[in-house]
Write a new protein. Structure first.
Length: 531
């Protein structure tokens, strides 16, 4: 099949396939009326794309001219900022303030009634530049804000992340104090489906499972979703869940610097460690968090930037790292939780000689992540019906990504009567393997998990695990699972210890004999909260 030109480019600010942001109209109206606005968003959240969308809306009105200043000048001084503005306005440089430049622009015979200035990369204006000079971020934007207030028809907008708070609190900014503030949010599953429509036009539509795995790998961060779609487009066949796993396992290696930059957009030890500490704490907890505990985690303050708790949570949300429900100002506890993505999965684990023991340790770590981010593993209900857990294959694909990032080499078993949810894991190129099977309680052949492992067992297998999942409140689930899935099959079962702090409901060590070999399997029971 011919591979048509890809409509996706994750590094483009003018994508061929895009989604309009819900706040674009409100921002454009504010700017059209001579107001100011600021868009808060982390790296990859679509700030530049949003700017281009706002520009298109404003330019539909023939009486408005829009100028985009994509980045500050290399030499960060007030003079350099003014000269750069003069360049974009196409007026003579050398003015002592922005009012002179803007007046010169409006005085031209062909000037429209309104002028809107859009500034991207606002964080870079937070850099101090020459320590002996007036900080450019404060000097230039405060001057520009004074001009905006005095000149009818002038609107000003900027986009940024942590640097917004630097300009506000360290440098001081009357521009930021008066501006309309908007936070970008990640795309949801429906947004991803809309972005993927070109695959349907091509005859290779992405099914729900692939979109589920894509959303769980990216956390809805627009740049990461676009990267995934860009890579899937190169396939000349229908994409599978394992393709998404492979793409983002490679992304974590090939674009590690991008992920580091994404995190630096919300936390910088030179400025403040508060966002990182709050994020780490949220990732360690499940469910609402007491406001007092979050404030305690933020202290002692370090760096030059002092942030309020609301600032930190809004910053983390605008970076696609946490989701917040309810009121940030009034709720206690705060309903905040981590977003499931490659940014939330653990880094590589330490080597140990016991391959089965390493599987137990790493799997328990990943199950803790599943539990804390459980809400993301539900598909929205259809027609008012209750939401439902994603299929087993989606859980397996996400676990596969987690294992890959922790240093395992993961293979998906070939299609067979037992399905294809099994994971075959190797370490450091060794021939020995361990197996993982995922079962959702009450679905498909969930009672037959151990027998499936037996059918995959070979002389090179050193251990295996079965993960039993449910979102239901099953009375006596542990004993019921043991009775229905294990004892009834005549297996040797003993209750194993549960790792302290683990959300695992029960852990059984099960053994049997198959083909003259001893089959040893750890069965883990994990209940996933619906909210």
């Amino acid at each position: 099949m011919a591979n048509p030109s890809s409509p996706y480019d994750w590094q483009s600010h003018n994508p061929r396939v895009e989604l309009p942001r819900p706040d674009v109209g409100r921002i454009a109206e504010t700017l059209h009326e001579g107001g100011s606005a600021v868009v808060l968003g982390g790296r990859g959240m679509g700030k530049s794309v949003t700017l281009h969308q706002i520009r298109r809306v404003l330019e539909q009105n023939g009486s408005t001219r829009v100028l985009l200043i994509p980045a500050p000048p290399p030499e960060l001084t007030v003079r350099a900022c003014l000269d750069q503005l003069a360049f974009h306005l196409k007026v003579a440089p050398g003015a002592i303030n922005s009012r002179t430049l803007v007046d010169a622009w409006f005085d031209r015979s062909d000037a429209p009634e309104r002028l809107v200035l859009l500034f991207d990369e606002f964080d870079r204006y937070a850099e101090k530049g020459d320590p002996a000079a007036v900080p450019a971020g404060r000097g230039f934007f405060n001057d520009l804000e004074a001009t905006r207030r005095d000149v009818p028809g002038l609107g000003v907008m900027a986009t940024g992340s942590l640097g917004i708070f630097v300009v506000r609190d360290v440098l001081g900014s009357s521009f930021l104090s008066r501006a309309l503030h908007v936070r970008l949010r990640p795309f949801d599953r429906g947004d991803a489906a809309v972005l993927a429509r070109p695959f349907s036009d091509r005859g290779l539509a992405l099914d729900e499972q692939v979109l589920d795995v894509l959303h769980l790998a990216t956390g809805g961060i627009p740049a990461l979703i676009t990267f995934g779609l860009q890579e899937l487009w190169h396939l000349d066949r229908t994409a599978e869940e394992s393709d998404v796993t492979a793409i983002f396992s490679a992304f974590s290696r090939d674009h590690a610097a991008y992920l580091q930059d994404l995190m630096r957009s919300v936390t910088d030890p030179r400025l403040s460690e508060a966002p990182r500490r709050v994020l780490d704490y949220i990732r360690q907890t499940a469910g609402p968090v007491p406001r007092s505990k979050l404030e305690e985690v933020m202290t002692p303050a370090n760096g030059s930037l002092s942030l309020e708790l609301i600032d930190v949570l809004q910053l983390l949300e605008a970076a696609g790292l946490v989701r917040i429900e309810g009121s940030l100002f009034h709720d206690n506890p705060v309903r905040v939780r981590p977003v499931v993505s490659i940014l939330d999965l653990p880094a590589s684990s330490e080597e140990v000689d016991d391959l089965a023991g390493l599987l137990r340790r790493d799997l328990v770590t990943l199950l803790g992540k599943l539990h804390r981010g459980s809400v993301d593993f539900f598909r929205p209900g259809r027609g008012g019906a209750d939401k439902r857990l994603v299929p087993e294959s989606v859980f397996s694909a996400h676990l596969a990504l987690g294992f890959e990032l922790m240093g395992w080499r993961v293979e998906r078993e070939a299609q067979s009567a037992s399905g294809r949810t099994d994971l075959n894991l190797r370490r450091n190129g060794a021939d020995e393997t361990v197996l993982v099977e995922v079962k959702i309680w009450g679905r498909n052949d969930y009672r037959d998990a151990h027998r499936q492992i037996e059918r995959y067992w070979t002389a090179g297998v050193r251990g295996a695990a079965v993960v039993h999942l449910t979102d239901a409140d099953v009375d006596g689930w542990g004993e019921r699972c043991r009775r229905e899935c294990l004892d009834s099959a005549g297996l040797t079962v003993k209750e194993a210890a549960i790792v302290a702090g683990s959300p695992v409901s029960a852990h059984f060590a099960v053994s049997s004999t198959a083909g003259g070999m001893t089959v040893s399997v750890d069965h883990y029971l994990l209940r996933l909260p619906r909210k």
